[in-house]
Design a protein around this ligand. Structure first.
Ligand code: SAM
Length: 275
């Protein structure tokens, strides 16, 4: 389906307003490919018909669907591996040592997509820190998109998704076969609380967090939005907690309130103590 320049402008503005996602001019092809399926499913003959309907007050639900269709949900189990190695070698052992008295840990995956990231954290804890079974562990996982959250909650993955990041041993241990899919085992699924959360809206109450994974989402935002989100993260992250960003993301030149720390083979950020 072809995309008129004024329709591209409309979709781009909608995406920026509702999700803070910035679309460059050369990304028109993305709008075309991602919205064509939705447009067809919703009974519109063209992207222009969809945009015209929405411009004339097409409804909040359709706006939500357009925004969700435009998000990039790329993810995998143990994505990039080294951050999880960093957590295994340094991050979790340090946190366990410091939280021994109250025996509780709060983790937040702040753009969890279809759930591979929070389930990777849960598997890591189960595999390497069995003593935590007696602790109060909360893994909160959120995303803007209700569609990916529903998939995450269901915890069903195809073979290709499973083999991206999971060894056969871990797949067999934490998933069971369900038809052509792999289904996450109930005890692992119960470790994760999924909830919708748009990072640019007011945040609901969150516990003080020991670890925040905010990975591969800041890249989609403009600089003021990145700064605002990093400021809000600083308020919910405990002073000795860890923030993990994606491989191409950093707080550098965005926010001076973080220290960059090495955790094994990876990098994390900690709130800088006030001078
Ligand atoms: C590329 S995925 C990253 C998934 C996972 N964190 C990882 O690194 O594998 C980006 C996710 O950010 C979500 N997202 C985009 N804008 C958002 C916003 N304003 N608030 C919350 N989530 C958002 C998308 O729906 C998508 O699932």
């Amino acid at each position: 389906m072809a995309l008129e320049p004024e329709d591209f402008h409309y979709f781009r503005t909608l995406l920026q307003r509702r999700a803070a996602i910035v679309l460059e001019d050369e990304k028109a092809y993305l709008v075309e490919s991602r919205l064509s399926v939705l447009s067809h499913r919703e009974g519109f003959g063209s992207l222009n018909a969809l945009a015209t309907h929405m411009r004339s007050g097409g409804g909040d639900d359709l706006q939500r669907k357009v925004v969700e269709a435009m998000t990039t949900n790329e993810t995998s189990f143990f994505r990039d591996n080294h951050p999880f190695e960093g957590l295994r070698l340094i991050g979790f052992p340090e946190l366990i040592r410091r939280r021994g008295a109250d025996r509780s840990l709060n983790v937040w995956c702040a753009a969890c997509s279809t759930g591979q990231e929070p389930y990777s954290v849960a598997i890591l804890l189960r595999e390497h820190f069995p003593l935590l079974e007696k602790w109060n562990i909360r893994i909160i996982a959120s995303d803007l998109s209700t569609e990916v959250l529903e998939r995450a909650r269901l915890g069903g993955y195809c073979n290709a998704e499973i083999t991206r990041g999971l060894s056969a041993r871990l797949a067999d241990k934490y998933f069971r076969h369900k038809g052509k899919e792999w289904q996450v085992r109930d005890d692992l699924r119960q470790m994760v609380e999924f909830r919708p959360l748009n990072l640019i809206d007011a945040w609901p109450a969150l516990p003080s967090l020991d670890l925040i994974l905010l990975r591969n989402v800041l890249i989609y935002f403009d600089v003021p939005t990145k700064r605002t989100i990093l400021e809000k993260v600083r308020k919910v992250l405990r002073p000795d907690g860890y923030l993990l960003l994606g491989g191409s993301e950093t707080t550098l030149n965005l926010h001076t309130g973080y220290d960059r720390v090495a955790i094994g083979p990876s990098i994390a950020y900690q709130p800088r103590a006030e001078a």
